[in-house]
Ligand binder design. Structure first.
Ligand code: GCW
Length: 722
């Protein structure tokens, strides 16, 4: 009964609350399905509401109507309605909440505001005196700046901050903050674990969905300003007129939220859909074709962002077939986009299927000599590590090593190698670790973050890309906590120096509950989750032990595939003597691709961090690690990973009173799967390493639940995302 009243809200809510408190019960949160993400705008408590009483009586937007300002004002009304429980009037004048740019409200110039430092997308939210009244001003130099300011204001309230602290001034450090969808035109999603693609290509352009708008709102709330709609393993069809009409319809839906559309381009498109005999980037007909194509795109989408290209990688066509370099390939497209202000993101994720060089060295070998050869509107997009989105890798050695070229960061939000959307793995910590790594390229303190945001080497064109984890699942990302990775990506793209813990707290407060008694332990749970996954999957610098193709579960034994680097065995090389990949000068010498202080640190057994040990070194099983043998240390790490996964179950169980029953139960079931799979990972890997090393498990260690044959026999047809 009490619950029914609560759900109905309105006047009975207070009464019901009092009743609940009187009875000493905790009020259960109403059922939620996760669709609203972190934009739930759950009601503030009475005290917090009271603190905001007298503010926000009406919204005024001086100047002409615009889609972005309409979006901003509408979101503000929606948010304040949820948070404060009252409807805020849209009013032309007399309102105490003013959304403005200097162009819209010339009086701003008299207020001595730091607008000059805010660029096109920065914002300022502050109490100011205007026309002899005190108002809350949300200002930017453009409507988009104001939109981001509105979301900052709502975040301020939504995370429980007080009016006294309301002075928000911020601008993005990175110019292009972009999601990459690996979504195919048939709505399958490569490495997608949250259902079909949200882009309903078949029904477009006639039918656009509310989901597109809600997707754009979510991105805008984080400051994400671009989205690449289709997979980098691209079909050239997306560049045909029929599909460009569909793309234009999506662009129209996203535009009011400051989100610009990009496409992945297949390098051979001039042949595939253009009827040309070649796609040689230096061929004049090919260059004309790309120019015409750009004109055709911009005629439909005047603010089109540009093109993303995966070339000469994993079977994709590229300039190499024509004897041209990646720079020559990128520049052909860049020249076509330049007159329209478009950019090219050219991926550095290349490794050849004919090259015997250590796979993790190949991108650097190929791209480093091209520094300075790329056109001004090209960003080279580099994955965070030199292999492929592993639970842990060192940062990619290209960061800092191409001073003449803007390098965009590519993170993978979707959890291809991290338990799909079944495991709770907060990636904020991983990304913080990468961004705060010191490249030492321009002396100490030359962090990857400073390379990416252009500070270190003086680039204005900058970018960060995140491979999206969205799909048609009601909660967008498949796992309630997978939403946190989308959130963290957006916040780090805006400011690569933000801390992962802060971001986790912010997300938790808006997504579940603002109570410290919830946020503190839940933050601890999130912050430890990635290390847990490293421990139960690939500890001590191991990598790529996942099942081939689908990347689900352990398969370190695979060693019989056509190409060496397709095999997990390639990465660990375990035998009776030793385990690990020798990347020192005595081995593949991948260490030499890092700046000298790091090459030395990683290359020497005295200084290499344990987390990177077997990434850089091949070592005998008895090698001492922290007072025990390497074999014992490996077993201990796997055991720790399992213990950590179990601890997450226990910790989450304690938080039920703060979370609605639906989402709490869903997370619980996922954590149960995760704990079982952690055990599976541990057992399968230890069974295998025990056999190849010829070493029994150390005394006291729990024997694997099954034989190695059992683990080897498991197959996973229809694993998602493959
Ligand atoms: O991580 C690997 C994936 C491929 C992906 C590729 C890439 C889109 O296994 O599915 O292809 O990287 O980043 O291009």
């Amino acid at each position: 009964m009490v619950f029914a009243i609560l759900r109905r809200g309105g006047r009975f809510t207070l009464l019901a609350f009092q009743l609940v408190i009187a009875l000493g019960l905790a009020a259960p949160a109403p059922a939620e399905d996760g669709y609203d993400l972190w934009l739930r705008y759950a009601p503030l408590g009475e005290e917090a509401r009271a603190a905001w009483a007298g503010s926000f009586e009406g919204i005024s937007v001086p100047g002409p109507a615009s889609p972005v300002m309409d979006a901003a004002a509408g979101e503000l009304q929606r948010g304040l309605r949820g948070l404060l429980g009252r409807d805020i009037d849209p009013a032309d004048s007399g309102a105490d909440l003013v959304l403005a740019t200097p162009g819209r409200l010339p009086a701003l110039d008299t207020l001595d505001l730091p607008l000059a430092d805010l660029g096109e997308e920065g914002y300022l939210v502050r109490r100011v005196a205007l026309d002899e009244r005190t108002v809350t001003l949300v200002a930017g130099n453009t409507d988009r700046g104001v939109l981001y300011g509105v979301f900052a204001l709502l975040r301020h309230l939504g995370t429980g901050h007080s009016p006294a602290a309301l002075d928000l001034v911020d601008a993005p450090s990175v110019e292009w903050r972009v999601l990459n969808h690996w979504d195919n035109l048939d709505r399958s999603v490569e490495r997608g674990y949250a259902g079909q693609s949200i882009w309903d290509w078949w029904r477009l352009p006639g039918q656009t969905e509310q989901r597109y708008v809600d997707y754009a709102r979510a991105n805008a709330s984080l400051g994400i300003n671009g989205t690449v709609l289709n997979n980098v393993n691209a079909s050239a069809l997306v560049l045909t007129p029929r599909y460009l009409d569909k793309v234009a319809a999506i662009a129209d839906a996203l535009r009011p939220w400051g989100l610009r559309v990009f496409l992945s381009a297949r390098f051979s498109a001039p042949v595939d859909i253009g009827g040309l005999a070649t796609s040689d980037p230096l061929d004049p007909a090919v260059r004309d074709w790309w120019r015409d194509k750009a004109d055709e795109i911009y005629a439909r989408i005047p603010d089109f962002g540009g093109l993303l290209v995966k070339a000469n990688s994993e079977g994709q066509p590229g300039p190499r077939e024509h004897g041209r370099s990646h720079a020559e390939g990128a520049n052909a497209l860049a020249d076509a986009l330049a007159p329209h202000g478009g950019v090219v993101f050219w991926r550095a994720f290349v490794y050849s299927d004919t090259d015997p060089e250590d796979r993790v060295r190949q991108a650097y070998t190929e791209f480093k000599p091209l520094d300075g050869d790329f056109a001004d509107n090209v960003l080279v997009q580099v994955k965070n590590g030199p292999l492929d989105f592993q639970p842990r890798e060192p940062f990619h050695p290209l960061f800092g090593a191409m001073p003449e070229t803007p390098l965009a960061m590519e993170f993978q939000v979707t959890q291809e190698y991290l338990g799909f959307s079944t495991h709770l793995v907060y990636l904020g910590t991983m990304w913080e670790e990468v961004l705060q790594s010191d490249t030492h390229r321009e002396g100490p303190g030359s962090t990857v973050a400073k390379v990416v945001d252009g500070r270190l080497q003086g680039h204005a064109l900058t970018g960060m890309a995140g491979v999206a984890n969205t799909g048609m699942d009601r909660d967008w990302s498949g796992h309630p906590f997978a939403q946190a990775n989308w959130y963290a990506f957006g916040r780090l793209a805006w400011d690569p120096d933000r801390g992962a813990a802060d971001i986790a707290r912010e997300w938790l407060a808006q997504t579940f509950s603002r109570e410290t008694a919830f946020v503190d332990p839940a933050t601890t749970l999130m912050m430890g989750s990635r290390e847990a996954a490293v421990n139960y999957m690939t500890p001590l610098g191991l990598a790529h032990l996942m099942g081939t193709g689908h990347h689900y579960g352990p398969a370190p034994w695979v060693d019989d595939l056509g190409r060496p680097e397709w095999n997990p065995y390639y990465y660990h090389r375990a035998d009776t003597e030793a385990i690990g990949f020798d990347r020192t000068a005595a081995g593949s010498d991948a260490v030499s691709q890092y700046a000298p202080p790091l090459a030395q640190r990683f290359g020497s057994l005295d200084s290499v961090p344990d987390e990177m040990l077997l990434w850089f070194h091949r070592l005998p099983w008895d090698h001492p690690v922290g007072g025990v043998t390497l074999w014992e240390a490996l077993v201990a790490h796997y055991d720790l990973g399992v213990a950590q996964a179990r601890q997450m179950q226990a910790d989450w169980a304690k938080l039920s009173r703060w979370v609605d029953a639906e989402r709490h139960a869903r997370v619980k079931r996922f954590l149960d799967i995760q704990a079982r799979e952690a055990q599976w990972w541990r057992d399968a890997c230890l069974a295998y390493f025990s056999e190849v090393s010829g070493r029994p498990l150390p005394p006291g260690a729990e024997p694997p639940a099954h034989s190695l044959e059992h683990y080897r026999s498991l197959t996973f047809p229809f694993a998602p995302g493959n």
